[in-house]
Design a protein around this ligand. Structure first.
Ligand code: NA7
Length: 527
């Protein structure tokens, strides 16, 4: 059996950088990637309008100064093809492809206690032995295709935004239904509407979206940022979500109506997720939150011509407790003659026809259904692999009541298993790239430490893990995040335990990770 120091699962941004670090450390590594190319999320999510909601200059690696100085982004928010090109550029620049086996999914990973090694099996029938197993499987990579009774009767084309065909889809002349109104839908709907004969948007829960105000990134603006790139990175690292927004720590409730309106208007004009930084208590006080929510609902009423449609599009849940979207012309798309909003709260889906969807109120005849229904977030891709730890314990069983980790990086009973941006780390509540880099560097330093100390295994202690899960939940309970059915809580997947998964607060997390390492990996048992 082939033997390597580390197996890395996934060749997205996490897997690529992990491989690079392991190689720099002089370790042998094998990456397995299900797709035919690198890029992870950006390899799979090729739906029309797909782009990052974090600005390009920040949604990029910082580990190599030449890379960040030499790469030029063309837009304020990069579109999927450009981000995929960047991932490919990184793979080539650091000569990473040789250690990546594409078209290969890891099916099973079993810890052999006698050998103190992981035995990894792939869907290509290959087995490999490794000292370390690193899950770089991504937080939003296991698509959620809801099981809706009768859906198999539909004979037209169906697509999921997270598994978009590489050759693209031509909607010209077609009647199209999009199910879902999360970020993927909000990005794709305006683009599909331009092409389709008619577009039906089937909405279960309306979402808050702030205009992205995307546009070309002028070379002189880009150069200015590059002149002080470390300044930008530092501002990002010090902010709660790892993104260099302007964060106002004042309370929305202390400001006057006029001041609040001016602040929200300023943020609306700036565009994007920075809206959340308008006041320090937006995610802590219901009354403060209402002021932002009502401002956005006011904008929806201003943009959408038909007051009934505007009302249906207006979210009533806590602003920001589901991820806020950044759009290009989303609400205005509902002013088009070829777009119809269908309120699934008023008329749930009842069944399907060969060429359509039946709701409680009507039959909607369509050629194509686009499922923009999201992901089994944070745990889905990890648990797709049958991971078996010490004593034959399966990770699926261990996490049956919700994921349990220490720092999101390790889980007790599973020695030498590392997770990049795992549940219990800030991950999806931050700019993913710096979170990935911080996790990768921590893992790489940890492996280095083990080698220097002659240690063979590392494993989170159950006491540290229990305390950490408690802290993650306690932090979430201090905020408004748990007040709605978000994927942060697993609430979008029927039967998934309702547990808040991401750690809130990037700087505190980074500090804690550093402290654990400097105390000789306190909370982990080394042997
Ligand atoms: P999301 O944000 O999970 O959105 C999924 C959407 O699909 C959401 O509007 C759901 O409504 C809807 N949905 C899910 N299941 C159903 C069923 N069975 N019937 C009708 N509607 C359904 O996924 P995205 O891909 O848009 O975005 C994920 C993240 O990727 C995003 O936050 C960014 O970080 C990038 P619901 O709200 O559950 O009522």
């Amino acid at each position: 059996m082939r033997s390597v120091d580390a197996v890395v699962v996934g060749a997205g941004f996490a897997g690529l950088y992990m491989l690079h670090r392991l190689r720099q450390q002089g370790l042998s590594a094998q990456v397995f990637e299900k797709g035919t190319g690198v890029g992870g999320t950006w390899y799979w999510n090729r739906y029309p309008g797909a782009r990052c909601d974090v600005e390009s200059m920040e949604y990029s690696y910082q580990f190599d100064s030449d890379l960040q100085q030499e790469w030029n982004w063309t837009e304020r928010y990069a579109a999927q093809p450009e981000i995929l090109e960047y991932a490919n550029h990184v793979a080539d620049r650091f000569d990473l492809r040789e250690q990546i086996q594409f078209n290969t999914a890891v099916n099973c990973a079993k810890f052999d206690e006698a050998q103190q090694r992981w035995l990894v099996t792939t869907d290509q029938g290959e087995s490999l032995s490794a000292q370390y197993l690193v899950m770089a499987t991504g937080c939003l990579s296991s698509s959620n295709l809801p099981q809706i009774p009768g859906q198999e009767s539909f004979t037209g084309a169906t697509y999921h935004t997270g598994q978009w065909p590489h050759e693209g889809v031509d909607f010209t002349g077609l009647e199209v239904a999009v199910i879902g109104t999360g970020s993927s839908a909000i990005q794709s709907i305006p683009v599909i509407a331009e092409e389709a004969e008619h577009l039906y948007v089937l909405q279960r829960t309306p979402n808050y979206s702030i205009p992205a105000h995307n546009g070309p990134l002028e070379p002189q603006v880009q150069q200015q940022i590059k002149d002080d790139y470390s300044g930008l990175r530092e501002r990002g690292a010090l902010s709660p979500f790892g993104i260099a927004f302007e964060w106002n720590i004042d309370s929305a409730l202390v400001a006057t109506d006029a001041e609040r309106k001016a602040e929200y208007e300023k943020r609306w004009q700036m565009g994007g997720l920075g809206f959340l930084g308008a006041y320090g208590d937006l995610l802590f006080s219901g009354d403060a939150n209402d002021t932002a929510a009502e401002f956005v609902r006011g904008k929806i009423r201003d943009i959408v011509d038909d007051p009934v449609v505007a009302e249906v599009l207006s979210p009533m849940q806590t602003f920001g407790c589901k991820r806020v979207c950044a759009d290009t012309g989303y609400y205005a798309t509902f002013n088009r003659d070829n777009v119809t909003l269908v309120d699934l709260q008023e008329q749930p889906i009842q069944g399907f026809l060969e060429q359509g969807i039946i709701t409680h109120k009507q039959v909607i005849e369509v050629d194509v259904i686009v499922y923009a229904t999201g992901f089994d977030a944070m745990t889905g891709a990890i648990l797709k692999v049958d991971i078996v730890g010490r004593g034959g314990q399966s990770l699926r069983d261990k996490w049956a009541e919700g994921p349990k980790t220490f720092l999101g990086l390790g889980t007790s009973g599973f020695p030498n298993l590392f997770i990049i941006t795992g549940p219990g780390s800030p991950s999806v509540l931050t700019n993913m790239l710096p979170s990935i880099e911080q996790n990768v560097e921590w893992i790489s330093d940890c492996i280095d430490h083990m080698q220097q100390q002659g240690q063979v295994t590392i494993e989170a202690t159950s006491a540290a893990e229990q305390a950490w899960v408690g802290e993650v939940n306690e932090l979430a309970d201090r905020t408004l995040f748990p007040t709605c059915n978000s994927w942060y809580l697993g609430a979008n997947i029927p039967g998934k335990p309702r547990v808040f998964m991401p750690y809130i607060g990037f700087p505190a997390y980074v500090e804690k990770c550093a402290e654990v390492a400097s105390e000789g990996y306190e909370g982990f048992a080394l042997s």
